[in-house]
Design a protein around this ligand. Structure first.
Ligand code: ZN
Length: 137
């Protein structure tokens, strides 16, 4: 909450903080989360930024990517921050998709034949424009 205040300049609204990893593992949410985390991991290896700068910069880039693909950003700043915390805590990680080779947010012990939500969308998803617009390579 302190970090959120520092970055957003206001307190997060009550009940807004997601404390479950489930959200990040749902289909479209997972694709957005993975996009953000890939940007975050990429930045963290490149330049020396403190935690707040890294998070805000990665989140800004995520928004730019999503805007370029003309889709709604599903990942809020609070969730992006929460995702990083889950990864830090070892509750979530990235797993390579066995089909496209992209890195996706997953639970820690995902099996080796993991297939991402882009290669294997759920039946209900159909051919969604918003899913196809995002690639993580
Ligand atoms: Zn894939």
């Amino acid at each position: 909450i302190r970090l959120y205040k520092e970055v957003a300049g206001k307190s997060p609204s009550k009940g807004q903080l997601p404390f479950s990893t489930d959200w990040f593992l749902t289909w479209q949410e997972n694709i957005h989360s993975s996009l953000f985390l890939n940007i975050y991991e990429y930045l963290s290896k490149g330049v020396a930024l403190d935690a707040v700068e890294l998070l805000t910069k990665a989140y800004r880039l995520y928004n730019e990517q999503v805007a370029a693909a003309e889709i709604e950003p599903l990942l809020s700043f609070t969730r992006a921050w929460r995702l990083v915390k889950f990864v830090d805590a070892g509750m979530l990680t990235r797993t390579k998709c066995s089909q496209c080779g992209g890195q996706f947010v997953s639970e820690l012990y995902e099996n080796r034949h993991y297939t991402c939500g882009l290669c294997n969308p759920p039946a209900r998803a159909g051919k969604s424009k918003s899913a196809g617009a995002l690639t993580l390579h």
